[in-house]
Design a protein around this ligand. Structure first.
Ligand SMILES: [Zn+2]
Length: 184
C-alpha cells in the first residue's frame, strides 16, 4: 500500500530533452524543434505539451506611509506578469513502456506584437520554453526550461543568405548553418 502511495505522488520517471536548431528567434517567427521523451517506467500519460512563456518584470516605485518613521517612504518593487503563454498539445493520452523513446516535433508561433527579450535595470523580459509530460493524479515531469532570445525582426537580425535563418546583428556566422555573415 505504501509503495502505491509513493508512486502516485512522484512525477513519472522520464527524461525530457528539448532540441532546438537555434536559440534566437524574431517576433512573428515560429519556435521549431523536437521534444524527446525517454521513459524509465511503465505509465499512462495524459498529455504531452510544450510551454512557451514570456515574463515581464518591471521595477516600480511605491510610496507607502511608514508609521514608525511617521512619514512617506519610497520602496522599489519588481512587478512580474506573464505577457504571453502558449501550451500546444503534442500528444493526448497514451501508454509509455519502460525504455521507450518518442519524439514530438513542434512549431510554436511567437506573436509579432509580443515584447522582445530585454535586460534593463528597470525592465526585464524573458522568454522560455519547456516540455511537459502530464500524468493523472501525479505531478508533471518537465524538461529543463530553455531560455530563448527573441528579437525584433527588422532592426536586430540579419538573414542568412544561404538558409534564410535570422541571426543577431553581431553574429559572424549563421547560427543555423555556419555560413559567414557580412554586416548589412
Ligand atoms: Zn544559414
Amino acid at each position: 500500500m505504501f509503495k502505491k502511495f509513493r508512486l502516485r505522488v512522484l512525477p513519472p520517471k522520464v527524461d525530457l530533452t528539448l532540441n532546438l536548431r537555434k536559440n534566437t528567434f524574431a517576433l512573428g517567427e515560429n519556435v521549431e524543434g523536437v521534444l524527446r521523451v525517454e521513459s524509465r517506467e511503465d505509465f499512462e500519460c495524459s498529455e504531452i505539451r510544450c510551454e512557451l512563456k514570456c515574463i515581464e518584470s518591471v521595477l516600480v516605485v511605491k510610496t507607502t506611509y511608514d508609521e514608525d518613521m511617521e512619514g512617506w517612504v519610497e520602496e522599489e518593487e519588481w512587478e512580474t506578469s506573464v505577457v504571453h503563454s502558449a501550451k500546444p498539445r503534442l500528444s493526448g493520452p497514451l501508454h509509455f513502456s519502460k525504455g521507450e523513446i518518442r519524439e514530438y516535433p513542434f512549431s510554436i508561433p511567437i506573436p509579432p506584437s509580443a515584447p522582445p527579450s530585454l535586460r534593463r535595470a528597470d525592465r526585464v523580459v524573458t522568454w522560455s520554453l519547456k516540455g511537459v509530460v502530464a500524468v493523472k493524479r501525479r505531478p508533471d515531469a518537465s524538461s529543463r526550461a530553455v531560455r530563448l532570445q527573441v528579437v525584433r525582426p527588422s532592426q536586430a537580425t540579419i538573414k542568412c543568405p544561404r538558409c534564410g535563418a535570422l541571426n543577431p546583428v553581431h553574429a559572424k556566422y549563421c547560427m543555423n548553418c555556419g555560413t559567414p555573415l557580412t554586416a548589412p
